[in-house]
Design a protein around this ligand. Structure first.
Ligand code: FMN
Length: 349
């Protein structure tokens, strides 16, 4: 059924269709019996809960950052069976992102290329939206992660200030944080993955985290999202730092700048231009990164696997490499809103 709908949706611009489809789904969910019907039909086949970072995740299948950047579709994503949603990347000030078009499908590769450039409503608006949602859905078990970044205009030497602003604003309304220094679409951002820059940002956030945590309570889980393009030496640095700063986990991995081994013709890739590649071509590399970190640390640092997950087998491969949970983005576009159910029928950690 979705394969038919997909054919139709793929006739239109990828970014516009994203919002059209989600808003249509949202409208449907406003009608009580339709919402109930959808909830029942997308319900994961088997519950796959996890207690991690002191949080209870109703399901290990989450939605990766960048899909619901502005926290607009949380209830609808819950209807689709996701156990957690990572909102963002949000930045201190709202920003429009790069010029359109900036999201491209590569159907031959079951992939996407994007250069969105952290388009978002800004952390204040998103925090207010989340506060309202939490008040209205106090009994929801959905876990919400806050993925934070820096504005394009902020120079890298001041990046730590942007991360602090986002952290403080979202502290009361998200369950965990992910520091994003790995998107390829903000000029210079990935240079922040270098050891000294990362140390400054993360140790500063941990200090604030402990200041904001009421006595007797657990600090907010703080994770770092890394690029799949890091060298072994760079991953080693990240792991050392994660252990030193007592990060709660890593998300591996973001989109890649590589264009290796694609079926899409070189001329098409050239016409699309710069951006991060996601989807099937990322599956092997991101799983390798997960495996490397898990083996190196003996599982001391929990890793959330992200990259190319379309099926239960893909999720199981991430888990076999050591991932404690998984996140999906591009698979949703190709497999449709029943993707959580489909994965859950084949994968139980
Ligand atoms: C259009 C698009 C926008 C994205 N935006 C973000 C973002 O804002 N922050 C982030 O950390 N990752 C972002 N990502 C990366 C995804 O969260 C995910 O890590 C990556 O796409 C690999 O997973 P996938 O192969 O399942 O898509 C984005 C991905 C896509 C396709």
């Amino acid at each position: 059924m979705y394969q038919l709908i997909r054919k139709l949706l793929f006739l239109f611009d990828a970014e516009s269709v994203h919002y059209f489809a989600m808003n249509t789904f949202k409208l449907g969910c406003r009608i009580g019996f339709i919402r109930k019907m959808l909830t029942a039909s997308f319900k994961p086949v088997s519950a796959n809960p996890a207690t991690l970072f002191g949080l209870h995740f109703p399901n290990r299948i989450g939605l990766a950052a960048g899909f619901d950047k502005n926290a607009l579709f949380l209830s609808e994503l819950e209807v689709m069976g996701f156990g957690y949603v990572e909102i963002g990347t949000v930045t201190p000030l709202p920003q429009a992102g790069n010029d359109k078009p900036r999201l491209f499908r590569l159907p031959k590769d079951k992939a996407l290329i994007n250069r969105m450039g952290f388009n978002n409503d800004g952390v204040k608006v998103v925090a207010a939206r989340l506060k309202k949602w939490k008040e209205q859905h106090a009994s929801s078990p959905l876990i919400i992660g806050g993925n934070i970044g820096k504005n394009k205009v902020t120079p890298n030497e001041d990046a730590w200030k942007d991360y602090e602003i986002c952290f403080r604003e979202l502290y009361d309304v998200v369950d965990y944080f992910v520091v994003n220094v790995s998107s390829p679409n903000t000029p210079g951002l990935r240079a922040l993955q270098e050891k000294d820059s990362l140390h400054k940002i993360l140790s500063h956030l941990q200090t604030i985290n402990h200041q904001l945590t009421p006595s007797g309570a657990e600090a907010k889980p703080l994770l770092l999202k890394i690029a799949p393009d890091l060298t072994v030496e760079q991953i080693d640095d990240v792991v050392d730092l994660a252990l030193e700063i007592q990060l709660d986990g890593l998300v591996a991995a973001n989109t890649t700048i590589s264009r290796d081994n694609l079926q899409t013709p070189a001329s098409t890739l050239e016409a699309i231009g710069a951006g991060g590649l996601s989807g099937k071509p990322l599956l092997t590399r991101s799983t390798e990164v997960v495996r490397y970190i898990c083996e190196k640390t003996g599982g001391k640092i929990p890793v959330i696997g992200s990259g190319g997950i379309f099926t239960g087998e893909d999720a199981a491969a991430k888990a076999a490499a050591g991932a404690v949970m998984v996140q999906i983005w591009t698979g949703f576009i190709y497999e449709g809103p029943a993707i959580v159910k489909k994965i859950s029928s084949k994968w139980k950690a």
